[in-house]
Design a protein around this ligand. Structure first.
Ligand code: AMP
Length: 176
């Protein structure tokens, strides 16, 4: 992607200090979503990365991963699978726990969302410590998916999240 497009996206990301708790600088991507041109630039970045790969399904992480992942899946003409926080999916699920800064969280995937051997790209807005996407990777593999790659609009490199995704190629477009 041209570097001026990357810089336009970067300029639109809003830092919100102390959200959702003190000490966290939240990267707010709603200014990108709210601008038709920038939203398209962001989706194009993911699409460019997907081109040339044989992808069966996109898995998006609850909730901002849905916004980018579903648009990418639509354009590629492949299925979209939501990976949700515990208790939100109505049918039978596989689940994986992971640790947060304080305590634990759990992600779920419908047991029949991915067929054995299907090639998957995982999409979320942001890679921080990597706990969320590592549990997503575990779940995708647990139900038989082949995880080709994990893609993020933003990566907080200083948190070394990609180390938790060992064995999965990681791509991000805006690095901090
Ligand atoms: P982690 O499991 O630490 O990699 O956290 C990743 C998930 O939490 C993603 O779904 C992000 O949307 C969200 N997240 C974590 N840290 C931030 C942040 N500083 N700004 C915005 N979203 C964040």
């Amino acid at each position: 992607m041209p570097s001026d497009s990357i810089e336009k996206l970067r300029a639109a990301v809003r830092d919100v200090p102390d959200f959702p708790k003190p000490g966290i600088i939240f990267k707010d991507i709603t200014p990108i979503l709210g601008n038709g041109k920038l939203f398209r630039v962001a989706i194009e970045a993911f699409l460019e990365q997907c081109r040339g790969q044989e992808i069966d399904k996109i898995v998006g992480i609850d909730a901002r991963g849905f916004l980018f992942g579903s648009a990418v899946a639509y354009d590629l003409g492949v299925g979209f699978v939501p990976l949700r926080k515990k208790g939100r999916l109505p049918y039978r699920t596989e689940s994986a726990k992971y640790s947060l800064e304080y305590g634990e969280a759990e992600m779920e995937l419908h047991v029949d969302a991915i067929e054995r051997g299907e090639k998957i790209v995982l999409i979320d807005d942001l890679l921080a410590t990597g706990g969320t996407s590592a549990s997503a990777a575990t779940l995708i593999r647990k139900v038989g998916g082949v995880l080709l790659e994990a893609q993020f609009l933003i990566e907080l490199e200083f948190l070394h999240g990609r180390q938790k995704l060992e064995g999965t190629p990681v791509v991000s477009f805006l690095k901090y």
